[in-house]
Design a protein around this ligand. Structure first.
Ligand SMILES: [Fe+2]
Ligand SMILES: [Fe+2]
Length: 264
């Protein structure tokens, strides 16, 4: 089973990249299922039913999120009504929405997807390690193909959770930093890992935002409006091929594809 995961989709440029590039990526790589992190899809901050719909219409099957979850108040509609949308799992019991799902593909084994958030240099959620361990145990009753979006800042936290889950899940892919790392590998137990998938959107920027106001904020320490940048749009992510019998990863390949019309 070939899984394409798309790193954080940032604003309109990110959504456009997915709409324009995904059909060919899907075809050329014989992708079976597409998962995308959509936490920055609405103007760079949060997600709305409208931006989620655009991402689903482009061919994405499941959308994950992260610390920008609550930035748009309409997200509550997604949390309550959209079964293909995930929030980080490690919120307190009773939080709207869900942190994992099982997706049934027409002719193949079901795939479980889990979204979890780190705590180092991040808002303080419940312990991602205990939550992940317990949820994986539960999901493995249903399928051994499990994909994890680990939304976190610290590389050590992402590596540690992936090492803890090695052999129990098919892949642990990091998101949140918006910088694609070059450490893709398959651990001894069969779990594919990449510290960060990068982001999908304008790369002539500071992680998706206009450069000048971000620099000005660092210089002056005064608040600035951070508009989504416009140029050098790239779709970033990763393709993981999973053995359906064992749930172990067979290969992991990074994706970083420029939007042709925008290539400079
Ligand atoms: Fe984030
Ligand atoms: Fe993000």
């Amino acid at each position: 089973m070939k899984i394409l995961f798309i790193g954080d989709i940032v604003g309109e440029p990110g959504r456009r990249a997915v709409t324009e590039l995904l059909p060919r990526l899907r075809r050329q790589n014989e992708i079976d299922v597409v998962i995308a992190n959509g936490e920055n899809s609405a103007g760079g901050s949060g997600i709305t039913p409208k931006t989620a719909e655009e991402i689903f219409a482009a061919g994405v099957d499941i959308i994950t999120s992260g610390d920008h979850l609550w930035d748009q108040k309409e997200v509550i509609t997604l949390l309550q009504n959209e079964p293909r949308f995930l929030r980080p799992l490690n919120y307190p019991q009773g939080t709207p929405g869900r942190g994992s799902l099982v997706h049934q593909l027409s002719s193949q084994a079901p795939i479980a997807v889990m979204n979890i958030q780190g705590r180092t240099f991040m808002p303080d959620l419940e312990n991602p390690f205990t939550f992940a361990r317990n949820e994986v145990e539960r999901l493995r009753q249903k399928t051994n193909i499990i994909f994890v979006d680990m939304h976190a800042e610290a590389t050590s936290e992402k590596i540690a959770i992936a090492r803890m889950l090695d052999g129990q899940v098919s892949a642990v892919i990091g998101t949140h930093t918006h910088v694609q790392t070059a450490d893709e590998q398959i651990f001894p137990g069969g779990t594919a890992f990449l510290c960060d998938a990068g982001f999908t959107g304008p790369h002539e920027s500071v992680i998706g935002r206009e450069i000048e106001p971000v620099v000005k904020r660092f210089l002056t320490l005064q608040p600035q409006r951070f508009a989504v940048a416009e140029n050098r749009i790239i779709l970033q992510g990763v393709i993981v091929d999973v053995d359906e019998m064992t749930g172990h990863a067979k290969s992991i390949v990074r994706v970083s594809q420029p939007l042709a019309a925008d290539a400079k």
